[in-house]
Design a binder for this molecule. Structure first.
Ligand SMILES: Cc1cc2nc3c(=O)[nH]c(=O)nc-3n(C[C@H](O)[C@H](O)[C@H](O)COP(=O)(O)O)c2cc1C
Length: 190
């Protein structure tokens, strides 16, 4: 039953570490579907306060050069060759990475806070769509999301931020359950 299948995706979803995401990633048609679902989120006043940057194939190595250069320029201590190699390969951990950019519209009649929340919803809808298609998914930021050099290379305008990098691929592990908060600790009744 469709409802049960959907609830099962929600109840069982777990992040899969990027290192555990192998090829194949989503096909072109699946990616279009994933991005369309990501764009179908609550959005007060229909401002579209988010956008997506797709990294596939050799683009993942190309952005790796930016990561290595940013690491050299922004770290206090000169990074080792091992560290630079990790940076070059950062996006090669998975076949597909999608950057979700929070892009609040300045001067809009909606607080930035609500626009930023919408970008989180977009990142998670994207994650859930890929999960429902059977892929392993990980939504992370890491230092690269906050690096001014990386942000410039990605063409982020003033006010834009990286909501996350969503790594997608074929999971080669089944992650174990992790503890979740007890409802008694987080739910009250008014
Ligand atoms: C905005 C955001 C950024 C995150 N960044 C990282 C990160 O940089 N590194 C990390 O290990 N987990 C990060 N996480 C957490 C993972 O996405 C994930 O939730 C966590 O590993 C727990 O796994 P679960 O999703 O299966 O509960 C981030 C989560 C969010 C919402």
């Amino acid at each position: 039953m469709a409802v049960e299948a959907m609830l099962e995706v929600l109840e069982k979803r777990r992040s899969v570490k990027p290192m555990m995401l192998a090829a194949p990633g989503p096909s072109a048609a699946e990616l279009t579907r994933i991005l369309s679902i990501a764009a179908r989120v609550p959005d007060h006043k229909k401002l579209v306060p988010w956008r997506f940057i797709v990294f596939e194939g050799e683009a993942r190595a190309r952005i790796g050069e930016v990561f290595a250069a940013a690491c050299k320029a922004e770290e206090k201590e000169p990074p080792s060759e091992v560290r630079l190699d990790i940076e070059r390969k950062r996006f090669l951990r998975a076949p597909l990475v999608v950057a979700v950019v929070s892009s609040p519209k300045a001067g809009a009649p909606i607080p930035d806070w609500e626009q930023i929340l919408s970008s989180g919803a977009a990142a998670f809808n994207l994650s859930l769509a890929a999960t429902a298609l059977g892929y392993g998914v990980c939504w992370i930021t890491e230092w690269v999301a906050y690096s001014p050099m990386v942000q410039a290379a990605l063409g982020l305008a003033g006010g834009e931020k990286i909501a996350g990098f969503v790594y997608i691929g074929t999971a080669n592990v089944t992650p174990e359950e992790r503890e979740r908060p007890a409802l008694a600790d987080i739910v009250t009744r008014y």
